[in-house]
Design a protein around this ligand. Structure first.
Ligand SMILES: Nc1ncnc2c1ncn2[C@@H]1O[C@H](COP(=O)(O)OP(=O)(O)OP(=O)(O)O)[C@@H](O)[C@H]1O
Ligand SMILES: O=C(O)c1ccc[n+]([C@@H]2O[C@H](COP(=O)([O-])O)[C@@H](O)[C@H]2O)c1
Length: 222
């Protein structure tokens, strides 16, 4: 089964990486494809352009087997609708390969407003990252989409190409790209919230505002 983690990744951080890894383990995914949005459908313009966000994502994934950068949303015109991405993946992998779209609970709550929301579960399973101890609140429009598709058994997902929804408990890391951008803008460090290699690239390219120079050189510490 292929895991699909779409996001604006503006920039990628440990919240994304950790959820991908725990989903891979919990669901026995063959790989997790990270799909940076070209043009995010439901939000304003990102802080960095699509090519840059994808390049930072590539840096973050380097060296982790089974984590793959998928650039297909970057080259499409218009909003990066997940429905179009799933159709494109189906053309590549055929109708039988199980897909599992990975989403955070926040993104999942907004699912009814997505483009062709009613058709998505015909193309993929969905795994929702749940905080430990959290009882998911499912509003009526989402309940209508879900029907009886909820399962607690990962084997139900491997057994079919699409159509089931599972909640997976993941270590909650209260990290958001918004908070990272804000820190960078204010000259505060986002170190340890994201891979050092990603932060180095951000600093080198002067993205998301500037951080102050260190007053002292500290050999061996970056
Ligand atoms: N800390 C986190 N833990 C679990 N899932 C996360 C976390 N941060 C983001 N996600 C999920 O990853 C996917 C992509 O998220 P996105 O790129 O919008 O990151 P973000 O940090 O939420 O960004 P922003 O703060 O700019 O909204 C979404 O499904 C989102 O719910
Ligand atoms: O297809 C849609 O209409 C749609 C609407 C909102 C979000 N999405 C997808 O959900 C993923 C997370 O979105 P975001 O805005 O939290 O980065 C990303 O892959 C988006 O393309 C998709």
């Amino acid at each position: 089964m292929i895991g699909l983690l779409g996001g604006t990744f503006d920039p990628i951080h440990y919240g994304h990486l950790r959820v991908a890894l725990e989903m891979r383990e919990a669901l026995g995914l063959d790989e997790v494809r990270f799909l940076p949005c070209g043009e995010p459908p439901h939000r304003g313009r990102p802080g960095a352009d699509a090519k840059t966000r994808a390049a930072l994502t590539a840096i973050a994934l380097a060296g982790e087997p089974g984590f793959v950068l998928d650039r297909r949303e970057l080259t499409r015109d218009g909003p990066s609708y997940t429905y179009d991405t799933l159709r494109s993946l189906r053309e590549e992998y055929g109708e039988q390969r199980p897909f599992c779209l990975i989403v955070g609970a926040d993104a999942f709550a907004g699912l009814p407003s997505w483009h062709r929301a009613g058709d998505l579960l015909g193309l993929t399973h969905i795994a929702v990252a749940r905080r430990p101890g959290e009882t998911p609140v499912i509003a009526p429009p989402l309940a209508a989409l879900l029907g009886d598709r909820l399962t607690e058994n990962p084997a139900d997902l491997s057994a079919a190409p699409a159509g089931r929804v599972i909640w997976v408990e993941v270590t909650q890391l209260a990290i958001s790209a918004t908070a990272i951008r804000e820190r960078l803008r204010q000259g505060r460090s986002p170190r340890f919230l994201m891979p050092d290699a990603v932060l180095d690239a951000i600093r080198k390219q002067g993205l998301y505002g500037r951080e102050p120079q260190r007053a002292l050189t500290d050999p061996g510490v970056t």
